[in-house]
Design a protein around this ligand. Sequence first.
Ligand code: C5P
Length: 361
Amino acid sequence: SPAVPSICGLPLKYVSLVTLAVQNASLTLIMHYSRVSAAPAHTYSAAAAVLMVELLKGLISLVIAFARLDSYAPQYQPLGPQPATSLWNPWMLLSRFRRLGKEVFRSDCWKLSIPAILYVIQNNLQFVAVSNLEAATFQVSYQMKILTTAAFSVVLLRKKLSPVKWLALLFLAIGVGIVQIQSGTHKSSESAERDMNAFKGFMAVVAACFTSGLAGVYFEMVLKNSPADLWVRNVQLSLFSLLPALVPVLFSGPSNASSTTSGLLNTSLFENFGVWAWATVLTQVLGGLLTALVIKYADNILKGFATSLSIVISFLASVALFHLQITVSFVLGASVVLVATWLYNQPESSSTSGSQGNSRE
Ligand code: C5P
């Protein structure tokens, strides 16, 4: 198999996993702060944020795909090596764009429409969840992604899971349940002050876990079973995301009850879109790009391990920033989730291990 790329001598697989853990923790906090704590009565449009993320991610992927063209699409290269100056020759540029166009609009590009729609739904649901749950509760509940991802990996990618892994998944569900019990019976000063609805938030998380598992595994399947470049696949994913991301922008009402305008068509798309909204967008763009790298160089199930590490980071930060009260059930639930994650990632001696190190590239 081809050499795994590295950054400063460290394998990209681990660099991207660790960066993703830190990104995940920051995203939960920044998103929560931007929606709940910064200016709850005058919040920005989640749909506009989702659209901006898709546009930026698509643009960055396009630039990378353009720059890497020679490495994955040599079949379209004209007449041997070109002098360096000709790179800026307009005809040369045009020919590069045509080569890129052929790659992006290859006959199987429609396959990306499925994860694209699922991710747009998920990215909108995430805002509902974050706006209605404490940051740490959201973070722990969102770990149920591991469960749905495992289920879809078994069904779609035919991965085999050992009894230990299934046990770990059961623990994971129990841990998430314990954390939920505490958030149902206990109201922090924050959720009482703000208009947060824990049930609505939890339903949004459950739905987002389903789309996350299905979309992630589907993307992995397309990526690993066909020769197209990762960045070309990302461009395709963003292209197919634009239409579904535009729909809620055009038709949804303003997200704050105090507003008197009747829909986003009548208001500015970027009303109340302040520094924290942009910070949320940029952190999500980074997350999307990292997720793609992790899915390529590791896999979806390992991605779950990285993100559950972020629980500890965001929990501690929540205590400091949002005055979250530490309860026994939260600590118990979060510990069970972490132990389950550790158990899940134990290397197996038998040949049943289908999920570790299987990065077919
Ligand atoms: O929670 P989960 O890990 O499933 O979230 C994946 C996130 O990464 C989504 O916001 C999705 O839009 C993004 N993504 C991406 N490009 C990919 C795969 C996922 O931007 N190739």
